[in-house]
Design a protein around this ligand. Structure first.
Ligand SMILES: [Zn+2]
Length: 127
């Protein structure tokens, strides 16, 4: 238990130390929807070493979407442009949220994106 707790604290410290670079990269707006509300790093790849590629700076609503809260179609359209990011946490993370929506434009948008083909197939297969 203690070990897991310490590992978690270390991870949070490592993520926080990347926070400044992350905010600069994001231009101080949410990397999914562009909002400025309560921006925090979101951990896309919790099983790998914390890195800038595995983190996205997200607003509170987008962090809710990332955690599995269902968004309406307008919200999902507002994060569509994130698919074009070259940061995996931004593009793949958004694709995973979008893929929960069954509308045809979602599949098209993900297929058109520059996300790694293997990841793309995995995301679309899970729909
Ligand atoms: Zn957002």
């Amino acid at each position: 238990m203690t070990k897991g707790y310490n590992a978690n604290q270390e991870r949070l410290a490592a993520i926080n130390s990347l926070g400044k670079n992350l905010a600069k990269r994001a231009g101080f707006v949410c990397e999914w929807c562009g909002a400025k509300d309560d921006l925090r790093p979101w951990d896309y790849a919790p099983r790998t070493e914390p890195s800038e590629a595995g983190l996205a700076l997200l607003c509170s609503r987008c962090r809710e979407l990332a955690s599995g809260v269902k968004g309406d179609e307008n919200e999902l359209r507002s994060i569509r442009n994130a698919l074009w990011s070259d940061v995996p946490a931004v593009s793949e993370g958004a694709a995973r949220v979008l893929a929960r929506c069954k509308e045809p434009w979602v599949r098209e948008a993900i297929e058109e994106s520059l996300i790694d083909d293997g990841v793309k197939q995995e995301i679309l297969a899970g729909r």
